[in-house]
Design a protein around this ligand. Structure first.
Ligand SMILES: Cc1cc2nc3c(=O)[nH]c(=O)nc-3n(C[C@H](O)[C@H](O)[C@H](O)COP(=O)(O)O)c2cc1C
Ligand code: SF4
Length: 699
């Protein structure tokens, strides 16, 4: 790190702190978060974690690390620590983290009734044989086994064995997970724990299993590791324990713990913890932490969707917590601590709270909507702060379209030292469709994507933004660029063609009372004031629910119809779904699920539900949120003019982002980033192969 001291008001964040026998170099603790790389992709995993250490985090944690087969979490992605081979893979990660001066922390985990066990196929373990509250398909089916005293002893021993293995491969901190509704939390909770022996009943009895385990882990690792425990101090439903109980539990276990790792929520309530910006503000847990502070003098690391260095410094200075716990800000910007240290606040890629990270993790690979390099440190060799200089910088690149892909490509190419990058957009501002998205209720923070890139544009002398300019194909050919990158985005279909039908919706054509999101957001069109509006959301992401809320807030009588089982089905992965639906309900929005529209006409929508029963709804206006199509006319004209292209000496015309294939923000941005990184490959329109890690094949 640059040796210039940090700004006075941030200095508190860089004071070292001791936890047990270990000293953290500053107050930034990169808390447990799953990646889907783990021990199954050890090099990807080690590089990912190492970059966070390089960026200045004082401690870098694993995701949940299962301690044995009774908590096999497949098909989820635990970084298991069951045996020596797992240990070897952990060691590579730990060594990589240590190389950059950070401490390595492991989150030891047992899922109890919630463990997936798809490969081990052992029975689930639980305090009282009560099935987990997580409904299918997310949760496992069946009634878990009541743990016998022998089971309790065995699980305690598996934590001890895992802790010793962790110590032996060099971990500095072992963090016993007692939160999120997993096994220890099940024992702590009167909802799950109905036992009548010494492990059930009073809070003291319910805490016994966890406290015994903490004591045994502590004895086993001795002074070689600090011992932490993660506790979810409040849950939304009845399935956890109360805040008062959490305070009492902290008092009880305090002598056994060097660091309290605090969050909120449970498996059914992840959105309270991995809080979407759409519904939960930064700093939302501070009041809760204040209560726990009264019970302990031990250091506390607390998460709270932190992104602002000022707020972080304030909360540490107040003494409520000692360490800033962060998962998502580290994903969005691994170099956050270093940038704060150097006073480069404007260079921070602030986490937007979109939660693409958690939804993409659920789909099998954690990725970020702000940081294209997350997870690509090893796979593609991308560093979040460094770009390879172009071998041939004497290029002049014209990027047409300043939406997410165009912005990312233009900035990447300018960083790589291209002589000239011109970024042209017909709008007077950058951001493309995202500029309108941020006007939807709750999505203001998504604008951080644009804000960050605007600042970077201003800093790059070889990147010129040319706004309010529409270029035709002929004008592009005459522009004088050596390379043209078309990033002209996408538009919403006005035909009602939907993922589940692949045909236009009969009757829609030419109706004046049918709108698309583009008409409502970009053009500001509106149905007659106060009328009945139906939003047909066959896409299932944020747009349908966002427009429904917007129109309800504006006084329309809104219905939302979706062919999916839930309104804003994707919201169940980005974790804002439940809160968004609650808000729609409170705003009087009628929600019709499992309904596909089949025809529109005479102020009437016709459709069918999942049982093919007819559905009829009278409406004055219809908003179609079904599918987006690429806006690629300019690209197609350019590539069809092969001869003229040759004459104009344009070396390549490339199409990226939504203009090629409309997709989520993270993926469109990734495409622009990839193009910048692979600009000099033989054919940059085709992604280069990436490094694949596979398990060793033994015949
Ligand atoms: C992609 C992702 C994966 C996560 N995986 C875990 C996990 O394995 N174990 C855990 O205790 N918490 C996990 N969390 C929760 C974080 O540790 C943290 O409590 C939460 O994200 C709030 O912190 P933040 O606002 O800084 O992101 C995960 C969070 C994210 C975003
Ligand atoms: S995907 Fe969104 S919420 Fe997740 S880390 Fe990136 S910016 Fe933050």
């Amino acid at each position: 790190m640059n040796r210039v001291p940090p700004a006075a008001h941030h200095r508190v964040l860089f004071e070292p702190i001791s936890i047990g026998s270990k000293t953290l170099r500053n107050r930034f603790f990169n808390v447990a978060h799953g990646t889907a790389y783990g021990v199954l992709r050890p090099s990807t995993w080690a590089s990912y974690r190492a970059v966070r250490a390089e960026g200045g985090w004082a401690a870098v944690s694993t995701e949940f690390s299962s301690v044995g087969p009774s908590s096999d979490e497949s098909p989820l992605h635990s970084s298991d620590i069951w045996d020596g081979e797992d240990g070897r893979r952990h060691k590579a990660m730990v060594d990589a983290v240590h190389e950059h001066g950070a401490l390595a922390s492991i989150e030891l985990h047992h899922g109890g009734a919630h463990a997936m066990r798809r490969l081990s196929r052992e029975p689930a373990l639980s305090p009282s044989g009560l099935a987990g509250e997580l409904p299918p398909p997310a949760g496992p089916l069946g009634t878990p086994k009541v743990m016998t005293l022998e089971d309790i002893e065995r699980v305690e021993q598996s934590f001890v064995d895992a802790a010793v293995r962790a110590r032996d491969v060099g971990y500095d901190i072992v963090d016993v997970l007692a939160g999120y509704g997993y096994l220890f939390a099940q024992f702590l909770s009167a909802f799950h724990n109905h036992r009548t022996d010494k492990y059930g009943g009073s809070l003291e009895n319910r805490a016994r299993f966890w406290i015994e385990t903490l004591g045994r882990v502590r004895d086993a690792v001795g002074a070689d590791c600090a011992v932490a425990s993660r506790m979810s101090i409040q849950t939304q439903g009845p399935w956890g324990h109360t805040l008062d109980e959490s305070v009492e539990l902290v008092r009880m276990a305090d002598p056994l713990v060097d660091l309290w790792d605090l969050n909120v929520g449970s498996v059914l309530d992840w959105g309270s913890d991995i809080s979407p910006s759409r519904v939960i503000p930064e700093g939302h847990n501070v009041e809760l932490f204040t209560r726990v502070r009264s019970a302990t003098q031990k250091p506390i690391v607390g998460v709270s969707r932190w992104t602002s260095p000022d707020l972080m410094a304030e909360v540490v200075r107040s003494g409520v917590i000692d360490l800033i716990g962060s998962a998502r800000q580290s994903i969005a910007d691994p170099f956050f601590p270093q940038k704060v240290y150097e006073g480069r606040i404007e260079d921070i890629r602030e986490c937007m709270g979109i939660n693409h990270c958690i939804s993409s993790l659920d789909r099998g690979n954690m990725a970020c909507a702000q940081n294209a390099t997350a997870g690509e440190e090893y796979r593609r060799g991308w560093h979040p702060e460094r770009f390879e200089p172009l071998e041939r910088p004497d290029v002049s690149v014209l990027v047409v379209g300043a939406g997410p892909a165009g912005l990312e490509a233009a900035i990447g190419l300018a960083r790589r030292g291209a002589d000239m990058v011109h970024l042209v957009d017909s709008a007077d501002q950058v951001g493309g469709h995202l500029r309108q998205v941020v006007d939807l209720p709750g999505l203001r923070e998504w604008g951080r994507f644009i804000d960050h890139r605007k600042i970077q544009i201003d800093k790059l002398p070889n990147l010129q933004l040319i706004a309010s300019t529409t270029l035709s194909a002929a004008e592009i050919l005459e522009y004088g660029a050596s390379h043209v990158v078309v990033a002209t985005g996408a538009r919403w279909l006005d035909t009602g063609l939907a993922p589940g039908t692949h045909t236009p919706l009969p009757g829609v054509d030419g109706l004046e009372w049918v709108f698309t999101p583009d008409q409502l957001l970009a053009r500001g069109d509106r149905p007659v004031s106060g009328c009945r509006v139906t939003v047909y959301d066959a896409e299932g992401s944020y747009m349908g629910s966002g427009l429904s809320q917007l129109l309800a807030d504006e006084g329309y009588k809104v219905s939302v119809v979706t062919p999916h089982a839930q309104v804003t089905a994707e919201g169940d992965l980005t974790l804002d779904g439940p809160a968004v639906r609650r808000s729609l309900h409170t705003s009087g929005v009628a929600m019709y699920r499992n309904v596909s529209l089949t025809e529109v006409g005479d102020g009437l929508l016709r459709g069918a539900d999942e049982f093919e029963e007819p559905f009829l709804l009278e409406t004055d206006a219809l908003v179609l949120v079904t599918m987006r199509a690429p806006v690629d006319d300019v690209y197609r004209q350019l590539v069809s003019e092969r001869n003229t292209l040759h004459e104009s000496e344009i070396e390549a015309v490339l199409c990226i982002g939504d203009a090629q294939s409309p997709r989520p923000l993270a993926e469109a941005m990734f495409d622009g980033h990839r193009l910048a990184r692979e600009f000099e490959s033989t054919d940059p329109s085709v992604p280069l192969p990436y490094r694949r890690e596979s398990l060793q094949f033994v015949k």
